[in-house]
Design a protein. Structure first.
Length: 306
């Protein structure tokens, strides 16, 4: 009995430490993660105090279905959208009236629909101005013929017609319309040119980065400038001048894609040939170490040599 009690007391003094062999395996596993083996493993870290976050305020409003999607409208905007909805019938009615008027205008100009009329609006506007200019010249020539037959001196007649109020008014109207049309065409040309530059920088972003705030970019060569002045789109001008370099870059990118795909195929083939039978077994002490840190024990296979 004495021996039994001594053994019992001795067993009570045994600490729940792992065997030296297990401790060695744990230490090796810890070193893989850059953790010093002397650090305590079993002790749990002190929990950091939880930070109380204020709950997000509940959004007030209503959800509506629009274009087959759920759209949330805040409460302070509901009245605004309601007014727009009530006004929709009035706007729709006006739009139909305008469309009917455009249809009538299209028919008067010998076109089949208002869409065709809008597509030909620039041409029709140019023809209208040309018609007014022809009418002005016809009116002036008729007055020249009339006063010439009455025996007017040609030089005096020119001065008289230049100062004639009727002809002056007609010329002012004609000049105004010409100026307005030229301004519209200039704005359209400027917008189109700006769009061309935006498209160029969107397709080749490095050009925007290489463009200084002051001065001329190195890639904006005289050859490109000449092509743009002749009416080439910026993208077309740039690609025509740099077609060899662009083709070279495209070939390089294509080769890189092929090499990348080949590496992926090789990796997939290697992973596909790996079987569980060929996989090394994980020592218990190593899997236990992984489990201590909440890591899947099977992940330790790649650290075990065959």
């Amino acid at each position: 009995m004495e021996n039994v009690s001594e053994n019992a007391s001795h067993s009570e003094e045994i600490t729940p430490e792992a065997s030296p062999q297990a401790a060695t395996g744990v230490n090796e596993a810890l070193e893989m993660f850059g953790i010093a083996p002397t650090e305590p493993v079993a002790e749990a870290e002190e929990e950091s105090p939880s930070i109380e976050t204020e709950p997000e305020p509940e959004r007030k409003g209503r959800t509506y279905k629009y274009n087959k999607e759920e759209v949330f409208v805040p409460e302070d905007q509901v009245d605004e959208y309601a007014r727009k909805g009530l006004n929709y019938d009035k706007i729709e009615g006006r739009a139909k009236d305008y469309e009917a008027a455009l249809e009538r205008t299209a028919k008067l100009n010998g076109l089949s629909s208002h869409k065709e009329y809008l597509e030909n609006l620039d041409r029709l506007e140019q023809e209208a101005i040309q018609h007014k200019e022809d009418s002005f010249q016809s009116l002036r020539q008729a007055m020249v013929d009339q006063y010439t037959e009455a025996g007017w001196d040609p030089q005096q007649l020119e001065e008289f017609l230049d100062n004639n109020p009727l002809l002056q008014q007609a010329k002012e109207v004609l000049d105004r319309e010409k100026t307005a049309q030229e301004a519209v065409k200039a704005q359209e040309a400027e917008a189109q040119q700006l769009k061309g530059w935006e498209d160029l920088f969107a397709k080749y972003p490095h050009l925007a980065e290489e463009t200084p705030e002051e001065g001329t970019a190195s890639w904006y060569t005289p050859d490109i400038q000449a092509k743009i002045q002749r009416g080439y789109d910026p993208i077309d001008a740039y690609e025509l001048v740099n077609r060899d370099a662009i083709a070279g870059n495209q070939r390089k990118l294509a080769e890189q894609d092929v090499l990348k795909q080949q590496r992926l195929n090789k990796r997939a083939a290697v992973l596909g040939n790996t079987s569980e039978d060929l996989a090394p077994s994980v020592p218990k002490e190593l899997s236990d170490a992984f489990a201590l840190f909440g890591i899947e024990p099977q992940a330790a296979q790649k650290y075990v040599k065959k």
